[in-house]
Design a protein around this ligand. Structure first.
Ligand SMILES: [Zn+2]
Length: 145
C-alpha cells in the first residue's frame, strides 16, 4: 500500500462527496443511458466517437482552481471542448484533459474513481472493471505498457 499523497486524498474526498453536490444537466438529453463511461479503450472525451451534450466529465487541465472538478460537455469550439461547471462557469479544454466517469448510476449520477499515477504524475480514471478488480491498477494506462 502506497502512502496517501495530498492530491490523492483530495481526489478521494472529491469522489466520495460528488454524488451529493453534482447536479446532472437536463438540457439536450432525455436519459443518462446515453452518456459514456470509461473503458479500456475509451478514457477521455477525445476517445468518444459521439460526444453528447451533458456528458459528465472530470476536468484535469490547465486552470488550477478548476482542476479536479466535475463538469458537463457542452459543445466543440474550434478544437476545444467547451464544458460547463456546476457554478455556471464555461471553459474550453483539450478533450484529452477531460476524463470519463467510472460509472453512472440509474439516477444519472456520475461516479469518478480518479487515481494519481506515481510514474508520470498524471491523474487517470479507473474503468468499472478495474474498480471492481481485486487489485486495482496503480499506474495509468500509458505507464502500464
Ligand atoms: Zn502514468
Amino acid at each position: 500500500m502506497r502512502p496517501l499523497t495530498p492530491f490523492f486524498l483530495l481526489c478521494y474526498m472529491h469522489t466520495t462527496e460528488s454524488p451529493n453536490r453534482f447536479t446532472m444537466p437536463t438540457v439536450g438529453t432525455s436519459s443518462s443511458g446515453q452518456f459514456s463511461c470509461a473503458t479500456a479503450t475509451q478514457r477521455t472525451l477525445r476517445d468518444l466517437r459521439t460526444k453528447r451534450k451533458g456528458q459528465p466529465l472530470f476536468v484535469m487541465g490547465h486552470v488550477l482552481n478548476r482542476r479536479g472538478l466535475e463538469a458537463a460537455f457542452e459543445v466543440f469550439n474550434d478544437r476545444l471542448a467547451v464544458v460547463k461547471f456546476s457554478d455556471g462557469a464555461v471553459l474550453g479544454y483539450d478533450p484529452l484533459e477531460l476524463l470519463l466517469p467510472t460509472d453512472i448510476d440509474e439516477q444519472g449520477i456520475p461516479y469518478f474513481e480518479i487515481r494519481h499515477c506515481p510514474r508520470c504524475e498524471q491523474l487517470f480514471n479507473l474503468t468499472l472493471d478495474e474498480c471492481d478488480a481485486e487489485e486495482e491498477p496503480t499506474a495509468c494506462p500509458d505507464c502500464r505498457t
